[in-house]
Design a protein around this ligand. Sequence first.
Ligand code: IPE
Ligand code: IPE
Ligand code: MG
Length: 235
Amino acid sequence: MDLDHLPRHIAIIMDGNGRWAKRRGLPRTAGHKVGAEVFRTIATYCKDLGIDYLTVYAFSTENWKRPKDEVDTIMRLLKRYLLEAIDTMARDNIRLRFLGDLTELPQELQDLAARTNAISATLDGFQANICLNYGGRDEILRAARQFARECAAGERTPEQLDTALFERHLFSAGLPDPDLIIRPGGEKRVSNFLLWQCAYAEFIFTDTLWPDFKKEDLDAALLEYQHRQRRYGGI
Ligand code: IPE
Ligand code: IPE
Ligand code: MG
C-alpha cells in the first residue's frame, strides 16, 4: 500500500450486523454491539493511517421500519458510544460530526451530539462523520427546499444555483466528496447513502459482514483503490 496515495475521505456502509448475529444463533442486536466495536477500531485505524475523513452510515431514514426493540438497541449503543467519545475525543484529537436529521432522535442523543459538536469545535484532527437518520434523497430535498425558500424571500435567484452553492445546503456542507465507498455485507447497492456526493467515488463491495471487518479488510480495500484509475470523465 502506498501511504502517500491514500483516499482523503472514506465512507462505509456498515452492513451485515443482523446476519452476522443470526448465523451465530444470537439476536440481531448482538450484531449491532459488535458492529459498534468494529467502528471504533476502524475509525482509529483510519486516523492512524492519516485519512482526513471517515463517514459511516449508522442509521438510515428507512431503518425506522425495523422492530422497536432493534431501533431502541441501536439508539442505546449510539448513546454509549457518544458518552465514551465525550471522554476520549479531545485526548485522541478525533472530531465527530453528524449528518442527518437529528431532531427525530431521542432528546438524550441530541444533547450528547451537541456536546460532542462543542468538543469537536476545539479540535483540528481526523473527523468521523456519523450518518444518523440520514437519507440521500432527504438530504437533497431539504437542500432544494431551503434554496427555494431563499429564492421566495428574494435572497437568491434560480440562475445563481450551481454545484458549489447547492452543496452548501447539504448536510455534508464543507466536506470533500468521498473518494472511496466501501460496502461490507454482500449487498451491491447504495441504499440511499450519499447520493449526491458519490458522483465520482470508487465503490468496493465485499462479502465480509461488518462485525467481521478487520483492519486487514480496510488494507485490502485501500490497495484495490490504489489500482483504480480515476478519470472523472476525462481520458
Ligand atoms: C447494518 O446492519 C446496521 C444498520 C442498518 C443499523 P443490518 O442490521 O442491516 O444487518 P443485516 O443487513 O440485516 O445483516
Ligand atoms: C444501509 O443498510 C443502512 C445502514 C447501514 C445504516 P440497510 O441494511 O438498511 O440497507 P438495505 O435494506 O439492505 O438496502
Ligand atoms: Mg442490512
